[in-house]
Design a protein around this ligand. Structure first.
Ligand SMILES: [Fe+2]
Length: 327
């Protein structure tokens, strides 16, 4: 058995992210300088409430928050308070691209409608993936019903360099009327175990399909993160068998236990997470008990690949759902 030989350096002239004159997002020095200028903080004025809140989510003091989440115990917010809190972080989206909510942009995550017990990031089937999700516990089952998050930036960083090189060139189609599990269970739509026909019809009332890079550059941290989860319909250009096998390999990598944190809800708890750098899973281990949480999502940018190419909507117009900037 010989020892593993290191891979030779790649010489592809189009491989911008290896060019020392360009950063990891493929931007040139000149363009980067321009952006630095644009983003230079104004030292004459202290940062506003929204900037401070967003910075706290990005650079929080706790270990859990350091992986893109903040978890607040036993708050006393109602829907209006949750909405006001979300506005500190950016511009709230509509409740959902297809499902009705209320005037506070709240989407009920209600076990009477379904259970989101598969790994996903929120609303990746549109081009403008929400930046932040704010989830508040309203009614909890007597046991179980925890939520688990996985860090998609750490997952990318932990990939073997050969796999990084592979996924950096891949794109995936995300859709709201398809997920891998759906092939085995008609009740599942877009990753949700949907019980009611009416809710099922509402969820699929408008088709959205968007092509996203499998690796995007986080617009605030500059990290590379994996964009996957249960809304992925297929990897572009691969056969269904290749696409399925590679998707499963990558999802297993993202969701391995060492890359996760699990939260046991108490009434009033609020979880805030960076939806661009995490996937999550609601554990459906509470039988027929009621579980109700209220979610508000904060607008995010259209993802950009490491070469600077933005995601492309194929079907559906999400402009009514969300603005495109979380800044
Ligand atoms: Fe979710």
């Amino acid at each position: 058995m010989g020892s593993r030989r290191p891979l030779p350096p790649r010489k592809d002239p189009h491989d911008h992210h290896r060019d020392p004159a360009r950063d990891h997002a493929g931007r040139s020095d000149r363009r980067r300088e321009g952006r630095r200028k644009d983003r230079r903080p104004d030292r004459r004025r202290p940062p506003g409430r929204r900037a401070r809140a967003r910075r706290r989510l990005r650079d929080p003091p706790s270990a859990a928050g350091a992986q893109g989440r903040l978890l607040l115990r036993s708050g006393h917010l109602d829907d209006g308070g949750q909405h006001a809190f979300a506005r500190l972080l950016g511009t709230p989206t509509a409740p959902h691209p297809t499902v009705r909510g209320d005037e506070h942009a709240v989407l009920p995550i209600d076990s009477d409608h379904g259970k989101a017990n598969s790994w996903h990031s929120d609303v990746t089937f549109v081009d403008r993936i929400p930046a932040i999700s704010v989830l508040r516990a309203v009614t909890l089952p007597p046991y179980g019903g925890t939520t688990v998050w996985a860090n998609t930036a750490a997952a990318y960083a932990d990939l073997h360099p050969a796999l990084q090189a592979l996924v950096e060139r891949l794109w995936a189609v995300h859709s709201n009327v398809y997920d891998y599990v759906a092939e085995r269970d008609e009740q599942r739509i877009g990753g949700i175990d949907v019980k009611e026909q009416g809710y099922r019809d509402e969820f699929r009332s408008q088709l959205f399909e968007t092509e996203h890079p499998v690796v995007r550059v986080h617009p605030e941290t500059g990290e590379r993160v994996l964009v996957l989860g249960h809304f992925v319909k297929r990897l572009v250009g691969l056969s269904s068998r290749e696409s399925d096998a590679l998707f499963q390999l990558l999802q297993h990598h993202v969701t391995k236990l060492e890359n996760t944190v699990r939260w046991n809800w108490s009434p009033g708890d609020v979880a805030i997470w960076d939806n661009r750098a995490t996937q999550h899973y609601g554990v459906a281990d509470y039988g027929d008990h009621k579980r109700l949480l209220h979610r508000i999502t904060v607008a995010g940018d259209v993802p950009v690949s490491i070469d600077g190419v933005p995601s492309t909507p194929r079907t559906g117009d999400a402009t009514a759902y969300s603005t495109t900037s979380a800044a």
